[in-house]
Design a protein around this ligand. Structure first.
Ligand code: MOS
Length: 757
């Protein structure tokens, strides 16, 4: 049962609505039975296979490709290189907003990073295309690769991330740090990481005249449509993207990548449908990654352990030709009160593929450094790390002085600590052992992520038979968006869920905005809710103006919708079904539209009266072998407050996923780049370590209640990324507590624990 009040704001949803129910995934059965067709499962008639040849050098030019040998291979249909690549309407290096990649689309023979596409081979079979690509046997003119944070060209930064200021300050941090009673200065390093969704980037592209149909996983279909339209010089409506299922995205499918566009170029060139699927190793270059960072934190306190100065400086890296710089210092804007705060970023350009958003961009690497430094400062003050965090609790957003739209972090600390048993923690490190003699350590980390909204539209229909339709081109990359959004749709239309048809996952539907920044449920959800409210308002007009209706004269604000009926607010015994209202009016259906979002998606970052963030507290236990240095995370308890929870089952799953990534960040994950060739050396699942089942600790996620009257009318923040942010630091701090050794270079591997750098 669902119910809405027909007022603009705020919207009150009563218990017993679809929103808040722990429903299982709508697409779950399709996925576990293999019935869900992913992009690479498509086989249109006449389809050919494309395989990319990619550069094995990081810098230089391709001097020769043996195109004749590739073409002579049986089954090879065509080879596309910069010499014969069909013209495009736009220079792929043009960039008109921060939410697009500059692309490598075979525009020249220059090589700008290892793994850059240098040719496409198209063949009757995957095997022939693969063999053809290997026959190209490229020869290069190689220039020395600039690889690490110390090798590249320095660049002054004005903005980081998608447009945050690279520098920010409040108060005079130098004066405060100079006068501090206690202070620390430490430097932390985080490695390059790659998104590694189970499903690699893939495209099946088919042209009919100047109409392009594609199957490809996308976290932002409307943006992809616009980008492709620009490149091919056709209207966006000529491009039909289907993206019903994604095998993970994590930000790497937010913006269309070069290889996806190359698939469409190949299909156009040969005049047949073409499938192009990246191999795992080809995911390490042209489709984005998380850049490495080196972060220096300077903290100072007064005699009571209150922070007086916090300076967070990040050095990070982008490609030589594009502009995404990891905004790792930004969590210091939000988390802890300090008399003075300064954040800054410095950039380096190196011969790598362009980095991009990766789950909790900024906050993930930034918070593991900040949370480590906060622990080190607590230790310097002789204080319990949780007590130190509570001592420096930010009642308003520290950098801006603005009130938080809501902040139940204190409650997160309380519930998490109680559940974990934090009060039994000895202050000094290396005090606890388990029965097997392993060192046991406990750590805490604070989680934070901004409550971002983009812009979305939705269309709703109520039919005379009492059923409804909600249309929105939303993206379910595995997080459960279709399930949660359908719950909002049912409540928005005042229908039981089984009377609702939820249409999603194609670009022909209204633009749902990007599924990123943890903002999809809030953004698409508000569009959906408003589209439903638009329909219900029209329906209420029909009923309340009709003297044959039991609702006659009730007035627009006098009715509520639930279970397919409108009820008088003041007398719920008087009601009428949607079907009866439509039948009497002689209408087959009513349509409505809604929009959601904020005028500026950066609002959560300070362009509003309120600071809007989700928060959490994560408590971690690790066990360390005292001789071997082997580390295992054994237990994680996270307590998170993120506004209204649409579906607690999906949300818990998001928190678990984030927490596991936190373990991965702290202990496992890193891309190792060869300093001579500039090539990632572990571009495979055997050597790029992510947690497998045996690495995942006992997990518990507590959903702390939080009512946010400002963030949007439904009170939704976002849950997709915050789980990483507290967890990574909590695990790192637990390792210190177990061993007394502080490793400042992540991940904390056993060699670094035995010989800290
Ligand atoms: Mo997220 S990194 O915005 O998909």
């Amino acid at each position: 049962m669902s119910e809405i009040a027909l007022t603009q704001t705020p919207i009150h949803i009563r218990h017993g609505s679809n929103i808040g129910q722990p429903l299982t995934r709508r697409d779950g059965v399709l996925k576990v039975t293999g019935a869900a067709k992913y992009a690479a499962d498509q086989h249109p008639p006449g389809m050919l296979y494309a395989v990319l040849a990619t550069s094995s050098i990081a810098r230089g030019r391709v001097a020769h490709l043996d195109v004749a040998a590739a073409k002579a291979h049986p089954g090879v249909v065509d080879v596309i290189t910069p010499a014969n690549r069909p013209a495009l309407a736009l220079d792929p290096d043009e960039k008109s907003n921060p939410f697009m990649f500059r692309l490598d689309l075979l525009q020249t023979d220059r090589v700008r990073y290892a793994g850059q596409p240098i040719a496409i081979v198209i063949a009757q079979t995957l095997e022939a295309a693969t063999e053809g690509a290997s026959l190209l046997a490229p020869r290069y003119e190689t220039e020395p690769a600039r690889v690490g944070l110390d090798d590249g060209e320095s660049t002054a930064l004005q903005v980081v991330g998608p447009g945050f200021p690279a520098q920010a300050q409040r108060g005079d941090v130098e004066t405060e740090l100079a006068a501090a009673k206690k202070s620390i200065t430490q430097t932390y390093e985080t490695p390059a990481q790659y998104h590694n969704p189970m499903e690699p980037h893939a495209i099946v592209a088919a042209w009919e005249g100047d109409t392009l149909s594609i199957d490809t996983p996308s976290q932002g279909m409307a943006m992809a449509q616009g980008r492709l339209a620009g490149l091919f010089g056709i209207a966006p409506e000529k491009i039909h993207i289907r993206s019903p299922f994604l095998g993970g995205g994590f930000g790497g499918k937010g913006m269309i990548s070069g290889p996806q566009v190359l698939g469409a170029i190949a299909a156009r060139a040969v005049g047949r449908p073409v499938k192009l699927v990246l191999r795992r190793d080809q995911m390490y270059g042209p489709v984005g990654h998380r850049a490495p960072t080196r972060q220096t934190l300077r903290l100072g306190t007064d005699g009571d352990g209150a922070l007086v100065g916090l300076d967070h400086h990040t050095k990070t890296m982008s490609s030589t030709f594009d502009d995404f710089f990891e905004p790792a210092s930004t969590p210091s804007h939000t988390l802890y009160a300090s008399t003075a705060i300064a954040t800054s970023h410095a950039g380096v350009r190196a011969d790598i593929g362009t980095p991009i958003f990766m789950r909790a961009p900024g906050e993930a690497p930034g918070s593991i450094a900040l949370e480590s430094a906060i622990d080190e400062m607590a230790q310097a003050c002789g204080m319990d790390p949780l007590a130190f965090r509570l001592k420096n609790y930010a009642e308003v957003e520290p950098i801006s002085g603005k009130p938080f739209s809501s902040k139940a972090l204190r409650e997160c600390y309380r519930q998490g600590a109680e559940r974990f048993g934090w009060e039994r923690r000895p202050l000094a490190p290396r005090q606890m052992r388990d029965r097997d003699g392993l060192l046991v350590g406990w750590g805490v980390g604070t989680a934070t992520f901004p409550a971002v909204m983009f812009a979305a539209q939705a269309k709703a229909v109520l039919r005379r038979d009492g059923s409804g339709v909600m249309e929105i081109g939303a993206h379910d990359m595995g997080q459960g968006a279709w399930t949660a959004l359908a719950q909002i749709a049912a409540d928005g239309l005042g229908l039981d869920l089984d009377r609702l048809e939820f249409r999603s996952g194609t670009s022909d539907l209204p633009d749902a905005g990007i599924a990123g920044g943890s903002g999809h449920t809030a953004t698409a959800g508000m569009a959906i809710y408003n589209a439903g409210a638009d329909v219900i308002a029209k329906l209420a007009d029909l009923a309340t103006n009709d003297d044959h209706s039991p609702l006659f004269g009730a007035g627009n604000a006098g009715v509520v919708a639930r279970g397919g009926r409108l009820f008088r607010r003041d007398d719920e015994s008087r009601s009428e079904s949607f079907s009866d209202i439509l039948a009497r009016a002689g209408l087959a259906q009513i349509e409505g539209r809604g929009a959601g979002g904020r005028p500026n998606p950066m609002e959560a970052h300070g362009q509003s009266d309120y600071a809007m963030h989700a928060h959490g507290a994560v408590f971690a236990e690790v066990k360390v072998d005292p001789e071997l240095g082997q580390i295992r995370a054994t237990r994680l308890v996270g307590a998170f407050a993120a506004g209204r929870i649409i579906n607690p089952r999906m949300v818990r799953s998001q928190y678990y996923g984030g927490m596991i990534w936190g373990v991965s960040f702290a202990l496992h994950e890193q891309a190792i780049v060869d300093r001579h060739s500039g090539r990632p050396m572990n571009a495979n699942f055997a050597e790029y370590h992510i947690p497998v089942n045996a690495d995942v600790p006992s997990l518990e996620a507590i959903l702390v209640e939080e009512d946010d009257p400002h963030v949007n009318a439904l009170g939704i923040k976002g849950v997709g990324e915050i789980g990483i942010t507290g967890s990574a630091g909590a695990v790192a701090n637990a390792v210190w507590h177990a061993t007394g050794i502080r490793v400042r270079k992540f991940p904390i591997t056993l060699d670094r624990l035995l010989e800290p750098q």
